[in-house]
Design a protein around this ligand. Structure first.
Ligand code: XUL
Length: 524
């Protein structure tokens, strides 16, 4: 019998599914349902409910439940052998929270297949909408929690990250302060991931150590709720949070709702979900300490895997539990591809080929010319006011400005990932920006490591499917080796490895100090 597992990813804009055949080491099915298009009745724009306050970003938990029904309907229509799936896991956009009243456990345990999930859930939400990771309306709450926890460094040491507006703890505090009655009527607080897992399991699901670390509520080392952080956030919070658990841990059999309605095997297992970033780390095959990946997209993200917990004393980076055990780090640079495009367009270069030609007119190190490309307020380093800064760089020198943006982004990555002390020998690169060889060469030279492009679509849903397989095997046999489990699912693109150039490495080893000084002076 083939060993088939389903991974779902409930992201900001869509719900995706990936089904893997573990023995053939193949993705056998994948699908995405875009929320705005599939469920237009919710009137979301890019998955977000319109709000007059630009800082407030909420979505609808009903929309996510409806999308789950729609996904199973679509899979059934596509002829997927749903009855063969052995276990299901998933991932969700991180930090978003769902608020349920005391009726929820009973409703979840008795989901009626003759009705839709949303009809079943009528009356269980103590808050109609869910704040999501794009929300930045909790600056005051962040400051209050950070102060109670003893400042930035202590907050990061305790919970894995400094307080951030999008993190769940500050969001819960804001809810408590602005609507005390609704907060009092909340019996269960879920993350997007644990809410979706609860629907599949038919009971309130645990929160995993990966997504739980994105709340400013979990003791990152003990992997337990942090009593001081709970107290600093809102009263009675301990009684409203589910237990913490490993991602992929089996919760139980899938709810009879899914077996009756869509033909899932009644023996199929529902497991604990995680956040989309921890799941992506698994989907990218990053399971050993020291491994790292960069995703070059609208924003650039740097992921690393650590065996022991080390937090960022500057409070810029995050540490989450990795689904494969140990820890993962995440640093998000907001000025990614949009900043690169900004420079390209500013100089009227039609495409990246033309941009690349300009680069060949310059040398690594740019003769000391530097740029800080903060077209948008930046997350890492924390820059509140956008601005472009040039040092020993003439704005009219097109070629030098082109090189400067690539070098700045690579040097920022090096500088702001030093706290992880993982010194990777090889970095996997994904995302649209990874198609640019010159950018990858610059990163290889600045970080002094090989950069390898990797082919993987829907890395979070794939990671979730692998997590389902891991949970299943732990339950049925012996815990499998993660290394063997992930092998063959995300593949290096042949011939795409880029090696650092020794001479350029030496130049950047000198220049990194100047770059750090430029940042310090611009931030001052
Ligand atoms: C991570 C974060 C985002 C969301 C988006 O901290 O906020 O990557 O997980 O899905």
């Amino acid at each position: 019998m083939p060993r088939i597992f389903l991974g779902l990813d409930s992201s900001t804009q869509s719900l995706s599914s990936v089904i893997i055949d573990l023995d053939r080491r193949k993705v056998v099915y994948e699908k995405s349902l875009n929320f705005d298009r599939t469920l237009p009745q919710y009137k979301t724009i890019n998955g977000v409910l319109p709000n007059r306050d630009p800082l407030v970003k909420h979505s609808s938990p009903r929309l996510w439940a409806d999308a789950l029904d729609a996904m199973f309907t679509a899979m059934k229509r596509d002829g997927v052998a749903l009855g063969k799936i052995l276990a299901i896991s998933g991932s969700g956009q991180q930090h978003g929270s769902v608020y349920l009243n005391a009726a929820a456990p009973k409703v979840l345990a008795n989901l009626n297949p003759k009705k839709s999930l949303v009809e079943n859930l009528r009356g269980v939400f103590s808050r109609p909408t869910a704040p999501i990771w794009m929300d930045s309306s909790t600056a005051r709450e962040c400051a209050a929690i950070r102060k109670k926890l003893g400042g930035l460094k202590k907050t990061a040491t305790a919970t894995g990250s400094d307080t951030f507006e999008r993190f769940t703890g500050p969001q819960i505090r804001k809810f408590y302060l602005t609507d005390k009655t609704a907060y009092a009527g909340t019996a269960h607080i879920a993350l997007v991931s644990s809410f979706m897992a609860s629907l599949l399991a038919g009971r309130i699901a645990p929160i995993d150590f990966g997504d739980g670390a994105g709340m400013n509520l979990m003791d990152i080392r003990k992997r337990q709720w942090h009593p001081g952080a709970l107290r600093a956030t809102a009263p009675g919070l301990a009684g409203k949070l589910p237990p913490l658990a490993s991602s992929g841990q089996v919760i139980g059999r899938v709810s009879p709702y899914f077996t009756a309605k869509f033909g899932l095997n009644p023996e199929a297992l529902a497991t604990v979900w995680t956040g989309d970033n921890p799941a992506s780390v698994i989907g990218l095959g990053l399971i050993q300490p020291g491994q790292a990946a960069i995703s070059l997209g609208t924003s650039d993200t740097f992921f690393g895997v650590m065996q022991h917990c080390r937090t960022d004393g500057h409070g810029e980076g995050h540490v989450f539990g990795s689904p494969a055990g140990g820890y993962m780090t995440l640093i998000c640079f907001k000025n990614g591809s949009l900043a690169r495009e900004n420079v390209r367009n500013h100089y009227g270069l039609a495409d990246w080929k033309a941009f690349g030609r300009q680069l060949t007119l310059t040398r690594p190190g740019n003769d000391g010319g530097m740029m800080l490309p903060w077209f948008e307020p930046e997350i890492v380093p924390r820059v509140h006011r956008a601005g472009l800064h040039r040092f020993d760089l003439d704005e009219k020198n097109v070629a030098a400005n082109c090189r400067a943006i690539f070098e700045a982004q690579a040097m920022s990555m090096r500088l702001h990932s030093e706290w992880m002390r993982i010194a990777p020998r090889q970095i996997f690169a994904t995302g649209g920006g990874a198609n640019d060889r010159a950018l990858l060469q610059t990163i290889a030279n600045v970080l002094n490591c090989r950069v390898q492009r990797i082919e993987v679509s829907k890395s979070a849903a794939l990671g979730a499917a692998l997590q389902a397989a891991h949970g299943y095997l732990c339950e049925m046999e012996n815990p499998p080796s993660w290394k063997k489990l992930v092998a063959g699912f995300s593949n290096p693109i042949p011939g795409s490895e880029i090696r650092p150039d020794r001479k350029a490495v030496a130049i950047y080893n000198r220049l990194i100090r100047k770059y750090a000084a430029c940042e310090r002076s611009a931030l001052a």
